[in-house]
Ligand binder design. Structure first.
Ligand code: ZN
Ligand code: ZN
Ligand code: FE
Length: 763
């Protein structure tokens, strides 16, 4: 019996080779019908013998191309019309074809084998791509995603490319960036004054520079990298000096998983993430010895490592026979990554010796993404290239909201229907370039999503750039969201939770509703509101920002808080090594409460401990002390945990740190190694928060716990607390799609504002 079905597929199904895939699936089974793009995705009609049609419906989502992301498939019966062939139709005129843009994707295996095949017409062509791979987000000016709206519009296709583009059975059918040696973009090598260097092969010339220990700026997908030979200590040192980056680790790009395995400890999960189409930077334990120069990541037991993702990267690494190249963002300090050729020359002139550029414009900046792996799950540290603009899929439809995020590691978020779109990593809003990038990110996201939200959610911190920006917008409804409430809401949102939860929000800095700096918080929270049920006891933050840069100040603050000036007589190296004059000054500003706001920050507690045990007195990048404190842990069976007090204060609890410091000082006096002290400190936090969860469950009846905030990027802490809570019967929710740190903040802000808006409307 013949039947006909209409199938509506939504999700990311355009620009990913979906129509040719359906064409092949249909014609391969002698089915008739048609497919066309719609505003929601694609619409398919399929006709043939009932059994074959049913089989088609089952296989359709299962065998979809790798880049497709199907969110729903709706099938209904329609009358047969005697079709004998399967056709790809153009979109219905008049209907707006609006759909999700896919992220930038690493070169696929088919293109890679063509790249290195001497008989292929694209042999060694640095811009080879197909519907399964290549640039998307970063070359798209506007939607719908079609060649004229991308930076490929200036390259008319040659007849051979056009024929591929028009052939439904070709891998390059409607591949918008399709190009070849004949018709596409070209690579050139420039000197630091932007003059083209005459040479036969720009890539070979760049390779020669890298081998000579020079720094080469390389144009990638979402911006320029600064490249240097990672096995050459002098080259890495030169790059550090020029970039004015003292100790913050550099990421390295290696030619293959096999090389990654020589440098880092890899398991199957890590291998899969390294090879995934997103190609993030993965933090992995660094093997010792290794061929990589120590200067790549000083004082770090982990190394950020990733595989090539553009054909140009593959050519560079293969041509040069490099074991690894440092590939760090092309910028100075925390400025945004450079994207334009002229911009790169202007901004990176003093940093690079050569510029490997090309003429396919990058329309949108997008840094590399950074992940860690824990419990087999990918944890985002920086969610950017490869992931953006894939939305976070929400449980419920939400009104449109723009959430502007925090100050550091900023990313913004827009909600539309059941989707929350996080922008690429905008970075630290501390310079003019970053402000401009922030405004650019907002404008672009609003444009490609075609919404102009009338509600803006912002952080309560009055000095954040994003907050000030939000407060300047006219004719919109503004919703201030407390920092840690936003963290917990973010965790709830990506885990599709409704109702109320216990939330542990641990991080460095967040403005509290009492005007103090929070960061060691236990909340009972829903999207609309929250109650602060426990927090770390308040300690002065002597010198504010200076205390964040100089962990020794926090150690002194904690010691003075608990022991008064008596601590100066303690027989420990930390005290002996203190600069008397500076310490006296510090004690005075604490005692007179000058520029010493109170804080319950968990990050600052980590800083204090790191300083006390001699790991780090000053930091060169955000959270360095806490990161090195985690790295210092020596794994062992000893489950000793430093005690923390739980003090009832009316309605809520204070977590007291005095007993922790008593135990820690005793260990220090008896020369217990730093690695052991660090472990006992971590265990102490795990134990105390687990007990607190028990207590709060008894009080509130809540059994779901959300863990969020930058401190949970600490794998030891999050893994141990998670397993301890699970063992106690809690349902534990953590982040995997968005960062636990401030990079995921805007998702929570958006959801809080959306829920407040909805309840306002229903009143
Ligand atoms: Zn491809
Ligand atoms: Zn061509
Ligand atoms: Fe935070």
């Amino acid at each position: 019996m013949e039947v006909r079905r209409q199938i509506e597929v939504s999700g990311i199904v355009q620009g990913v080779g979906f129509r040719p895939y359906v064409y092949r699936l249909a014609t391969g089974n002698h089915l008739a019908g048609a497919i066309r793009n719609t505003s929601a995705g694609v619409s398919i009609e399929i006709e043939g013998p009932a059994e074959t049609v049913e089989d088609f419906v089952v296989r359709l989502p299962r065998e979809a191309p790798p880049l497709a992301r199907i969110t729903s498939v709706a099938v209904r019966e329609v009358p047969c019309n005697g079709d004998r062939e399967f056709r790809i139709l153009s979109s219905r005129s008049g209907e707006q074809v609006r759909t999700l843009i896919s992220p930038d994707v690493a070169i696929c295996p088919d293109c890679l084998s063509e790249l290195f095949n001497p008989s292929d017409r694209r042999y060694r062509y640095p811009f080879i791509n197909c519907t399964n791979c290549g640039p998307r987000f970063t070359i798209t000016r506007d939607i719908p995603y079609d060649r004229p709206r991308t930076s490929m519009s200036v390259f008319p296709m040659c007849p051979a490319c056009q024929a591929e583009y028009d052939d439904p059975l070709n891998r390059r059918f409607h591949a918008q960036p399709n190009a070849c040696w004949e018709c596409g973009p070209r690579v050139e090598l420039w000197d630091r004054r932007g003059r083209r260097i005459e040479c036969r092969d720009a890539i070979a010339e760049a390779v020669a520079g890298l081998h000579a220990g020079l720094v080469v700026a390389v144009k990638g997908l979402g911006g320029f990298h600064l490249a240097a030979d990672a096995t050459n200590p002098a080259a890495v040192a030169l790059l550090r000096e020029r970039k004015r980056r003292v100790e913050k680790p550099f990421a390295i790009m290696v030619p293959s998983v096999a090389t990654a395995q020589e440098i880092c400890q890899l398991d199957d999960a890590a291998r899969a993430v390294l090879e995934s189409v997103q190609r993030p930077i993965v933090l992995l334990p660094w093997k010792n010895p290794s061929p990589i120069a120590d200067q790549v990541a000083p004082f770090n037991r982990y190394l950020g490592i990733f595989l090539p993702y553009t054909p140009l990267h593959y050519l560079l690494l293969a041509e040069g026979g490099f074991t690894a190249l440092v590939m760090t963002s092309g910028n100075l300090g925390e400025e945004p990554i450079a994207v334009g050729n002229k911009e790169a020359i202007a901004r990176l002139q003093g940093l690079a010796d050569y510029f490997l550029v090309h003429n396919r414009d990058i329309l949108l900046r997008c840094d590399d993404s950074v992940v860690r792996i824990s419990g087999g799950k990918t944890r985002q540290l920086r969610r950017s290239r490869g992931f953006v603009p894939v939305p976070v899929f929400l449980q419920e439809e939400q009104p449109p909201v723009l959430a502007v995020g925090g100050e550091l590691k900023n990313a913004i978020c827009l909600t539309k229907g059941k989707h929350a779109f996080l922008s690429q990593h905008v970075g630290d809003l501390e310079n003019v370039e970053s402000y401009n990038f922030f405004a650019e990110a907002v404008e672009h996201l609003e444009k490609i999503l075609e919404i102009l939200p009338q509600t803006i959610a912002y952080d309560l911190h009055p000095d954040y750039f994003s907050t000030r920006w939000a407060l300047q917008q006219k004719g919109v409804q503004l919703v201030g969201v407390q920092h840690h409430h936003a963290h917990i809401a973010s965790c709830m949102a990506e885990n599709h939770l409704e109702g109320r939860v216990l939330g542990f929000a641990l991080d460095g800095t967040g403005y509290g509703t009492d005007g103090r700096i929070w960061g060691g918080e236990a909340l009972i929270a829903g999207y609309e509101d929250f109650e602060r049920v426990a927090h770390l006891e308040y300690i002065p933050l002597p010198g504010s920002a200076a205390a964040i840069r100089e962990p020794w100040r926090m150690a002194v603050s904690y010691l003075a808080h608990h022991f008064g000036r008596d601590f100066l007589a303690l027989p420990i190296p930390f005290v002996r090594q203190l600069d008397r004059q500076k310490t006296e000054l510090l004690l005075q500003i604490i005692e007179h409460q000058v520029n010493s706001p109170l804080t319950s920050s968990c990050g600052r507690l980590f800083d204090a401990v790191a300083a006390l045990i001699g790991i780090r007195q000053q930091v060169n990048y955000e959270a360095q002390a806490a990161i090195e404190l985690e790295m210092a842990i020596i794994p062992a069976d000893d489950n000793t945990a430093y005690p923390l007090a739980l003090i009832s204060e009316g309605e809520h609890w204070l977590i007291g740190t005095r007993p922790l410091f008593d135990a820690l000082l005793a260990d220090l006096s008896s020369n217990v190694p730093a690695g052991t002290i660090s472990r006992r400190f971590h265990n102490g936090l795990v134990e105390r928060f687990a007990q607190l969860a028990d207590l709060l469950r008894k009080q509130s009846g809540l059994n779901r716990v959300c863990l969020s905030g930058g401190t949970f990027q600490n794998i030891y802490l999050s893994e141990h607390l998670e397993s301890r809570l699970s063992a106690a019967g809690f349902e534990v929710f953590t982040h995997s799609e968005v960062p636990a740190g401030d990079g995921g903040l805007s998702l929570g802000q958006a959801l809080v504002a959306a829920h407040r808006l909805r309840s306002q409307r229903s009143l």
